[in-house]
Design a protein around this ligand. Structure first.
Ligand code: ZN
Length: 412
């Protein structure tokens, strides 16, 4: 294999900046929400560029786009890569777009050098990764991986009642192909880290070994509404006081599983939410994450114990439900190794890292050997218009993608 082979960093950067104009915001971000006219424009541009690079295009019923560069042996499953083109309402230029443009750049580089691979190479655009307009997130890669069925995916509706199925038809991306059952010899997703670790550790490449497991909870505390004036402190059943203590407890539980534990209370509703009434009801959520399932189980037990203790102390009724459990995911060793080896071959500073966010690759890993490549983003910020990354890091991640894919594409 030619270890001197490099992608064209300036061309990759130019592609990203051209794409970012579609839905570009005044603050330098991108607002290209799933299945809007702007999403169609972004998709059209991707398809045009892929056709110009000699790829054939297929679209499945969930609107996932597959751009294929043939290999010498058409019987081999393709080596895939890709990500998403939709953004958050105040999104940036790199989240998702990077993984798609990096895949295209790999194909353009192979073309430039006249390189034939044994296995076909494919770039995929997954529909509606963000879940901002249509919940849940990653729904189309989820259908692809058999996590959801197609009917469920197509019936997801936005706040105006428009479904993904209708909107896919409207923008011309309701394909004929059944979603799923498409084999991959390996699948890679390049993505900005969306966290501060690589930057802090001064590493260029994150060799992603897997994704955190998650447990999501909904908690209801019921006490007693009473007048803020006449009710002595000692006889109150203040639901918000209980919730406040549990916010502290959740934080403590996250810290107790350092450095990988994560605990977040992101939503709370207080009732009656009146300044001179002791709160009678509080609803709030807890989001726990950890790459080790045993640690996640300890966090679960600690939360339940703390909730019971607090409810008892304050005299509250407690209802605690785990509404979602997603076990930790370990990516496939041959793919993780390919990323690690490519970083080494290219002399890049790399470290192992676990994904804290959800990604299409996490679902794809259920049906194909999968790996991910992270590159640093400025101050670890994403889902924000100021999201930024350097040309050097963006290019380095794409070089690693190229070599990891080549290693897998020729291994067949
Ligand atoms: Zn993303």
């Amino acid at each position: 294999m030619n270890t001197n082979l490099r992608i064209d960093r300036d061309r990759l950067w130019q592609s990203l900046m051209t794409l970012a104009r579609i839905g570009g915001t005044e603050k330098g971000g991108v607002c290209r929400i799933a299945l809007t006219d702007l999403d169609r424009e972004g998709r059209d541009l991707f398809v045009r560029w892929c056709k110009e690079a000699g790829c054939s295009i297929e679209v499945d019923r969930m609107g996932n786009i597959f751009a294929r560069r043939p290999g010498r042996n058409p019987k081999l499953p393709a080596i895939g890569t890709g990500s998403h083109l939709d953004t958050q309402p105040t999104g940036g230029k790199f989240d998702g777009a990077y993984g798609v443009m990096a895949g295209l750049e790999v194909i353009r580089t192979l073309n430039d050098h006249g390189i034939e691979t044994e296995a076909p190479v494919e770039v995929v655009v997954w529909t509606n990764e963000e879940g901002s307009r249509f919940a849940p997130a990653m729904v189309a890669s989820g259908v692809f991986a058999g996590v959801f069925d197609e009917a469920y995916g197509l019936s997801r509706a936005d706040p105006d009642g428009k479904t993904m199925g209708e909107e896919l038809k409207r923008i011309g991306y309701a394909g004929e192909l059944a979603c799923g059952g498409r084999p991959y010899g390996a699948f890679f997703e390049a993505h900005i880290e969306q966290g501060p670790i690589l930057e802090a550790e001064r590493k260029t490449i994150g060799v992603v070994t897997g994704a955190q497991g998650q447990r999501w909870y909904e908690i209801w505390l019921t006490g007693q509404e009473a007048h803020a004036g006449p009710t002595p402190m000692t006889v109150r059943h203040d639901a918000l006081l209980g919730a406040a203590r549990l916010v502290q407890e959740a934080n403590r539980i996250g810290l107790s599983e350092a450095p990988w534990g994560r605990a977040t209370v992101g939503m709370m509703q207080v009732s009656p939410n009146s300044r001179n009434t002791i709160p009678g009801h509080v609803f709030f959520t807890v989001d726990f994450r950890h790459p080790d399932d045993a640690a996640l189980t300890r966090m679960d037990a600690a939360l339940r114990a703390a909730a019971e203790k607090v409810a008892k102390e304050i005299g509250l009724e407690l209802k605690l439900e785990q509404i979602w459990y997603s076990p930790p995911v370990a990516f496939a060793a041959p793919c993780v190794d390919a990323v690690r080896q490519a970083s080494k071959t290219l002399g890049m500073q790399a470290m192992e890292i676990v994904s804290g966010a959800g990604h299409d690759a996490v679902y794809v890993s259920r049906v194909a050997p999968t790996g991910m490549i992270f590159v640093p983003c400025e101050n670890g910020i994403s889902h924000n218009e100021v999201e930024n990354a350097t040309l050097g890091d963006i290019g380095a991640g794409c070089d690693v993608l190229l070599h990891a894919m080549l290693e897998r594409a020729q291994a067949g």
